[in-house]
Ligand binder design. Sequence first.
Ligand code: ADP
Length: 189
Amino acid sequence: MLNIVLFGPPGAGKGTQSLNLMEKYSLVHLSTGDILRGEVSAKTELGLKAKALMDTGNLVPDEIVIGMINNKLEDNKSAKGFIFDGFPRTQAQAEALDDLLKEKSTSISKMLALAVNDAELIKRLLLRGKDSGRADDANEEIITNRINNYNNQTAPLIDFYKAQNKFVAIDGVGSLEEISGRLSEAIDA
Ligand code: ADP
């Protein structure tokens, strides 16, 4: 199986690039952000709990997202592999993912980390906010909170995957084609 963690700060382009990779390598795309937004629009109990945290740019509790990923792995038993987008975001999530994959006799192949500077991230997210309707893209204060949460809670996972020799840094600034080329090159290497 080919199991890719597509990593990077909010606005790095994980969602856009995931769609390319999903087609090119026939992988199942699992975005915890998309799954959570689905729960919010369906007004499920989980969605109601998650909404306030998401709208202010804070992480939802680990057990919620780990449970969601577990369900999706179960639903896609015949998948050739997965792209994890926006997951894991904490040490507990990364450890849980390793355990879940181990139960299925597989593991993460690579962690591809898109690197984009903060000024570019803020610019992209404010632009997206103009038509995404996402409350967390609407103002710079919330965007900065998301970037700070990324730096504090999520960026340390780079060391987690480095220790497993799975970390690959990818320059996330350039055209969509350039970036997808860099990602494919790293996967094929
Ligand atoms: P972005 O990468 O642009 O922040 P996402 O769609 O990945 O967008 O995430 C949106 C929000 O959903 C996050 O700010 C957070 O509140 C919640 N979320 C998504 N994935 C996770 C996760 N793995 N752990 C905790 N919260 C998450």
